[in-house]
Write a protein that binds this ligand. Structure first.
Ligand code: NCD
Length: 327
């Protein structure tokens, strides 16, 4: 243990009781779905994340992250790598599945059994829904879901919520519009669940072909979430506090013709702000294709690059919590 680490107490006396309870519960555990966190816990977790804005100590020295990316990624992989490296840890893994024994037919279970010998925590991104859970069942090491098919992307949701709270000053009683691919987009699916549970009103804006799947809609109704569905972006804009734009998920369409029909369904530019509240923020998990014109980027209301930056703080906190190395 380095002299710096020796000075750090495992659970600092300044943690509040709800923070301590959450930190104890999360230590050594997995993050597979945003549903794992009750609304109160989400708020507490973001308070913990806030503290990591100032943490630079090498808390994760000697720890190794396994970053197993079976699907393309820029932000998620690089921000996990950056977080681990900035806290003094190391990273192994792959971003190109073609370079692995998966091409020889190795199962996900066996790949994980190997990876756990080489690292202390695993982040996995995979095209199949439920793959992160399969990985978690194969190993005692903590597993973080970095996106499984169209299902979930919980760490994206945490950084989205963190951004919303910093920008809007609260996490509840907002009207949040979700625009674009609500059928296949996992970032939207996770955030819709969390934002609904936190007591926000949701406006789901998409072409009919890309509406939120029926099961997810029923879940919102069962939990008494206030939501409406529309195709009409212009009519929705004036009432929104947040507009969460998403990419049409080309890779998840079974039929290329179906994609062609909706690929340019919505394209917004700086003029969208003419009809919006001056405080409305525009978010996007990125990457964007053509759904947000770069003319919007310089506006103080554009929050998408800030989201990407917040991803490092959020992931620094998550890695430290799961690996039980707290400041
Ligand atoms: C998203 C993803 O991979 O689900 N990107 C991200 O992680 N920031 C969104 C997308 O690919 O459209």
């Amino acid at each position: 243990m380095s002299p710096t680490l020796a000075r750090l107490s495992p659970v600092d006396a300044t943690w509040t009781e709800p923070e301590r309870a959450l930190l104890r519960r999360m230590a050594g555990s997995d993050i597979l779905s945003i549903r794992q966190f009750a609304p109160d816990e989400l708020k507490t977790l973001l308070d913990v994340v806030e503290r990591f804005e100032r943490v630079t100590a090498p808390l994760l020295q000697g720890k190794v992250l396994g970053a197993l990316f079976f699907e393309p990624s820029t932000r998620t992989r690089l921000s996990f790598e950056s977080s681990m490296t900035r806290l003094g840890g190391g990273v192994i893994g792959f971003a190109d599945v073609q370079s692995t024994s998966v091409t020889k037919g190795e199962s996900l279970h066996d790949t994980i059994r190997m990876a756990e010998c080489y690292c202390d925590l695993i982040v996995i991104r995979h095209p199949h829904e439920g793959a992160a859970r399969v990985a978690a069942e194969a190993t005692a090491r903590p597993v973080i879901n970095g996106g499984d098919g169209s299902n979930q992307h919980p760490t994206q949701t945490l950084l989205d919520l963190y951004t919303i709270r910093r920008r809007c000053g609260r996490l509840s009683d907002l009207r949040i519009g979700f625009l674009g691919d609500l059928k296949y987009g996992r970032a939207a699916h996770s955030l819709i669940e969390a934002a609904g549970a936190l007591g926000n009103e949701l406006v789901l804006i998409s072409p009919p072909e890309l509406q939120l799947p029926a099961l997810r809609r029923e879940e919102l109704s069962e939990h008494d979430v206030r939501f409406m569905e529309t195709e009409d972006l212009d009519a929705a804009i004036p009432g929104l506090d947040v507009l969460y734009v998403t990419r049409i998920q080309q890779e998840r369409f079974g039929d290329p013709l179906e994609f062609e029909r909706v690929r340019n369904a919505y394209q917004i530019d700086i003029t969208i702000l003419d009809h919006a509240k001056p405080t409305m923020i525009v978010m996007h998990p990125l990457p964007r294709v053509n759904e947000i014109h770069p003319s919007l980027d310089a506006s103080p209301q554009a929050a998408y690059f800030e989201q990407a930056r917040n991803g490092v703080t959020v992931r620094k906190a998550l890695l430290s919590i799961l690996l039980e190395r707290l400041p």
